[in-house]
Design a protein around this ligand. Structure first.
Ligand code: CA
Length: 229
């Protein structure tokens, strides 16, 4: 699980990062709203801890832009106790939860746990389905109608991400980060190779979906357009 902390008070940011890492999360920190938004938009985070008063871009604007971009990462907003009306505003704008500073670390951890298991059927499904195409987690197979094909681990991981983000564009960069991780030396080329494997398998099972290439950006899993006639 990867957490993004957007907090300009450096001591609090460091405390949050330590707290997350002590509890088994990987935590990245940004100290202003602009950098925070850029990072959050990569889509690689499972939850974002977002301060309200931030330099460059305030927390509400970060949240609004994130949601406008179609990013649904759970957001936990943090702010000073005095700013009570912020709570309403934050929730109105698509925050998933709200905590006032100073907060109890236990409460914060409970919130993060709740937010990251909010969609268990999406995050840990036995099978994902889209337009009749089924991705089975226990057998690593992709099937459609009576036809099925086994996937390699990487193919499976990529296919799962595409299905979870169906109809959304996944950038090559976010695929690389999510599938291969920060430390890896994998390149865009690796993504292209696995996407081509997956396309062959989708064709093989005569799936009614395709992986569309969005030039210079990434990929999108979508239903095949109706064939004319
Ligand atoms: Ca602040």
């Amino acid at each position: 699980m990867r957490v993004l902390v957007i907090e300009d008070e450096t001591r609090l940011a460091a405390t949050l990062q330590d707290l997350m890492e002590l509890n088994g999360y990987t935590a990245d920190v940004c100290h202003d709203g602009e950098a925070g938004l850029d990072n959050a938009l990569t889509g690689i985070y499972d939850v974002v801890l977002l301060d309200v008063m931030l330099p460059r871009l305030d927390g509400f604007t970060v949240l609004r832009r994130l949601r406008e971009a179609g990013n649904a990462t759970p957001v936990l907003m943090l702010t000073a106790r005095s700013e009570v009306s912020d709570k309403v505003e934050g929730l109105d704008r698509g925050a998933d939860y709200y905590l006032t500073k100073p907060f109890d670390p236990k409460e914060l951890l409970a919130c993060v746990r709740a937010l990251t298991r909010r969609q268990p059927e999406l995050r840990n499904p036995d099978a994902l389905e889209f337009c009749g195409v089924k991705l089975d987690k226990s057998s690593f197979t992709l099937s459609c109608g009576g036809r099925s094909v086994r996937l390699s681990r990487k193919e499976f991981d990529i296919c799962e991400l595409l299905m979870l983000n169906r109809n959304l564009v996944l950038t090559k960069e976010s695929l690389l980060l999510k599938i291969w991780g920060y430390e890896s030396e994998a390149e865009d080329n690796n993504v292209e190779v696995y996407i081509s494997f997956l396309r062959k398998k989708l064709t093989h099972i005569r799936a009614g979906v395709r992986i569309r290439t969005i030039r210079m950006v990434g990929y999108c899993l979508e239903a095949l357009p109706e064939s004319p006639g």
